[in-house]
Ligand binder design. Structure first.
Ligand SMILES: [Zn+2]
Length: 566
């Protein structure tokens, strides 16, 4: 260490003279902090913003000279804006570590944006920061290596060889001020030149700003950190303080168990019950259940959809801060005396079960279901028989599936469900054809079909003793290459149908249908109409017969189909 220090403090000429390594291998690039920032900003404008530029010029003729002028002005604006942002925090000591982190992060971000067509908005970044090891591992594949070598390792080598020029501080401050003023003036001129088309683009396609890299993920990260800090400071707002059991609780003869299965990434378009050309739901198709074919999800990712599904007001008047800052349906049910349990086979309940009974399949570790930090969904049914045998009063069980969680669809099902072949068996979808990707996705649906049918069979077996119901609905859909978009998470306002149309069905035991007085034919008719995640909160209050001022009959799917009033 001491030797190194001495070496560094030697004048450059002496180092050359004493070193045994040829001087051409020890090249350094003398540069000012400002110079390095300009080069980095230009580098990102050119290499990390392909999605942004193509979105910006997509409605313009490519042959038109104005299109190119517009793109050029946007490029200048991007460079100037990133320079100004970096100039706020970079100095002689911080510039190299700061850029090193950003270079790697930007290379990774760009890879995922270009491969899957994702937008790095706050909800996507919330997904990223809440990811777990198993989820992250599936996203890291060999496909990342070439872009990392090209856009991260190579620039890092250059950055490492940069020798930041030292200036006396009055000169350094003068230089920085001049550079910032120049960048601000350049940005202002570029902005004036394209103000009209740019502002109309930002009005019509607000989400395009989440393609500006690396500003997109830096902004979104800061926004998530800000809202997490605000959220952590406040306790959850209680809701439904007036919740209490309805009249049927007194007359009910058998225990009641309602199971809500929160599906993952199952899309309506590939769901056999919805008329998909392939039978992906052979076991469910043989059961007397009521399938809703026109259901829209609240969000396009788990972090948005899951809390929303358990909130009294979901997408129709969406307010993320209010939903995440308030108690959920589970708290209301527990308050009224329903025994609640959240069982997870994915990334947790997103606050929905905070302070309430919950367990996870990975912790239960049912035999033969778990490996390498992940479990098959059949593990969700572990111990269900005993639970039914001991059921008392009214129970509400949520099963949170891993379902069709991508991109590794092939990891979601055991070998005997690999029926559509050839199936993509690579974590990186870029290595598979579209047909292989769809095959793997459909195989995962086949397995979900089996798990759900097994759940119903288990409940049916105890129908004499316990009245039961299953509601299944997926949290959001998935893009499988339509318009070159994969996975999910596109901002809701512009999300393709594939990401928001989800399968949903209701199954009721005969005993429950009779005791709750539900007209199955009427419900069948209701299922032909559109429905959404917004219906869940009120339909479950209705099904479990909980009285509260929060209840809105118009959002209860059962409301018009009860044979007895009350
Ligand atoms: Zn999800």
């Amino acid at each position: 260490m001491a030797g190194m220090m001495t070496n560094v403090s030697l004048p450059r000429e002496m180092k050359r003279a004493t070193g045994s390594v040829p001087s051409r291998l020890r090249f350094t690039i003398p540069a000012s902090v400002e110079g390095v920032l300009v080069v980095a900003s230009v580098f990102w404008a050119l290499t990390a913003n392909r999605a942004f530029f193509s979105a910006a010029v997509q409605d313009r003729p490519l042959a038109d000279v104005y299109t190119w002028g517009f793109a050029l002005a946007l490029g200048v604006l991007l460079v100037a804006a990133h320079f100004l942002l970096l100039a706020l925090v970079a100095n002689r000591w911080t510039v190299k570590p700061l850029l090193a982190v950003l270079i790697v992060a930007t290379a990774i971000a760009t890879h995922f944006m270009q491969s899957y067509g994702v937008y790095l908005d706050p909800s996507m970044l919330r997904n990223v920061v809440r990811t777990d090891v198993a989820e992250a591992r599936e996203l890291i594949s060999w496909g990342l290596l070439p872009p990392l070598l090209l856009y991260a390792v190579l620039p890092l080598i250059l950055l490492w060889r940069v020798d930041i020029v030292r200036r006396p501080w009055p000169r350094a401050i003068g230089m920085r001020t001049a550079a910032v003023l120049l960048a601000a003036a350049t940005a202002a001129i570029a902005l004036l030149l394209v103000f009209q088309p740019l502002s109309s683009m930002m009005r019509q396609h607000k989400e395009v700003r989440y393609l500006i890299t690396p500003a997109n993920y830096l902004w979104s990260l800061a926004s998530v950190a800000g809202s997490e800090a605000r959220g952590a400071a406040l306790p959850r707002q209680p809701i439904g303080l007036d919740a209490m059991p309805g009249a049927s609780w007194v007359t009910r003869r058998k225990p009641l168990l309602v199971v809500l299965v929160v599906g993952e990434t199952a899309r309506a378009a590939n769901w056999g019950l919805n008329g998909y050309a392939r039978q992906t739901t052979p076991e469910l198709a043989a059961l007397p259940l009521i399938s809703f074919r026109q259901v829209t999800s609240c969000g396009t990712n788990t972090e948005v959809s899951v809390p929303c599904m358990f909130a009294p007001v979901g997408r129709r008047n969406y307010d993320a801060a209010r939903i995440n800052g308030s108690e959920s349906l589970l708290h209301v049910l527990a308050r009224a005396g329903v025994g609640v349990l959240w069982r997870d086979n994915q990334s947790g309940c997103k606050g929905v079960c905070e302070g309430l009974p919950n367990d996870s399949v990975i912790a239960l570790n049912p035999p033969g279901q778990c490996a390498a930090g992940r479990c098959l969904d059949a593990g969700l049914l572990y111990g269900l028989d005993e639970r039914l045998a001991q059921a008392k009063g009214a129970q509400f069980l949520v099963l949170h599936q891993i379902g069709n969680h991508g991109p590794s669809y092939f990891r979601r099902y055991p070998a005997e469900y690999a029926r559509f072949t050839p199936a993509c068996e690579n974590d990186d979808l870029g290595h598979c054809t579209r047909e292989e990707i769809v095959n793997a996705f459909d195989n995962a649906l086949l397995y979900t079909d089996h798990v759900l049918a097994s759940l119903i069979a288990t409940l049916q077996a105890q129908a004499e003793r316990v009245d039961t119901a299953v509601i299944y609905v997926s949290d959001h859909g998935e893009s499988l290459g339509e318009n070159n978009i994969f996975l999910h998470g596109i901002p809701h306002a512009i999300a393709p149908r594939e990401q928001t149309s989800v399968p949903m069905f209701i199954w009721l035991s005969d005993g429950l249908r009779q005791s709750a007085g539900i007209d199955a034919l009427c419900l069948q008719r209701r299922s032909q109409q559109p429905a959404s995640h917004d219906h869940l909160f009120h339909s479950l209050l209705g099904l479990l017969d909980i009285r509260t001022a929060l209840y809105e009959a118009e959002w209860d799917l059962f409301a018009g189909c009860r044979m007895r009033s009350g």
